[in-house]
Design a protein around this ligand. Structure first.
Ligand code: OAD
Length: 236
């Protein structure tokens, strides 16, 4: 199967990648749906919502502080670096990510589409004014008096429309589409591999476990991103 993936990649000119929390797991950043994703017994789904922030902004803020501390100390791993190598090979390459940790950009990827925002950006919950995503003990307030929130997309909120449009458009053009380290249960991101497939792409999943997308993909490589991606990319 590894050989087939390498052969398909060699023949392709248009490659699109979708990543999820699993690619940063080996950088020490907990995934959302694993046991290690839990913080003080809260599920991410209970914290990453506008309702949760409205109810208890300080609690949600502290969860993001916890995540920012981990992300700040984390480094891009060999899987991130393999994707930088891959980008250099193709005239058409897009890396669509659900991650908010910024590690793909820190690794050196250029064409990154952040579907769920970035944890190092903040904006005012009331007026939308933008701020840097800093770690402060108390939820900061905007000039307008509103609370400042993390610049990430929460459950129940729309994705940034221009980013989603572009992601949809490039997915439809992909010849090979890699799905890496995502459980494939959060929409609309989880539809992108299917859009690619509908338009003729060969879709391969890289994940140590079965996912909601497994029945739909053309191939599944079972292993971690750091075990498999450097191997896929090795030797051109
Ligand atoms: P999940 O936590 O749902 O899924 C992580 C996936 O990574 C699982 O399928 C794991 O099997 C896999 N995995 C774990 N370790 C891995 C490794 N070392 N290498 C490769 N794969 C590994 O994370 P996402 O699918 O990214 O949304 O979650 C999607 C969205 O739900 C997130 O962007 C976030 C969350 O709520 C928002 O914040 C809006």
């Amino acid at each position: 199967m590894m050989e087939e993936v390498r052969k398909r990649l060699k023949e392709a000119k248009k490659v699109v990648v979708l990543t999820g929390a699993g690619i940063s797991q080996e950088s020490g950043i907990p995934t959302f749906r694993g046991r290690d994703g839990l913080w003080k017994n809260y599920k991410p789904e209970e914290l990453a919502t506008p309702e949760a922030f409205r109810r208890n902004p300080q609690l949600v803020w502290e969860w993001y502080n916890w995540r920012r501390e981990i992300i700040r100390k984390a480094e891009p791993n060999p899987a991130h670096l393999a994707l930088v190598e891959l980008e250099k090979r193709y005239p058409f390459f897009y890396l669509i990510t659900q991650n908010v940790d910024g590690l793909h950009q820190r690794a050196g990827n250029k064409n990154v589409l952040e579907l769920h925002g970035n944890i190092w950006r903040n904006f005012c919950f009331e007026c939308g004014k933008e701020y840097r995503g800093e770690i402060t003990p108390q939820v900061p307030r905007c000039e307008c008096g509103g609370y400042i929130r993390p610049g990430v997309v929460w459950f129940g909120e729309p994705l940034p429309a221009d980013v989603l449009r572009k992601a949809w458009e490039v997915s439809a053009q992909a010849e090979v589409f890699l799905v890496i380290g995502t459980s494939g249960v959060v929409q609309p991101a989880a539809s992108l591999p299917l859009v690619a497939k509908e338009h003729g792409a060969w879709v391969v999943e890289i994940n140590p476990q079965e996912t909601a997308l497994t029945p739909w993909v053309d191939a599944s490589l079972r292993g971690t991103a750091c075990q498999l991606l450097p191997e896929i990319v090795k030797g051109g």
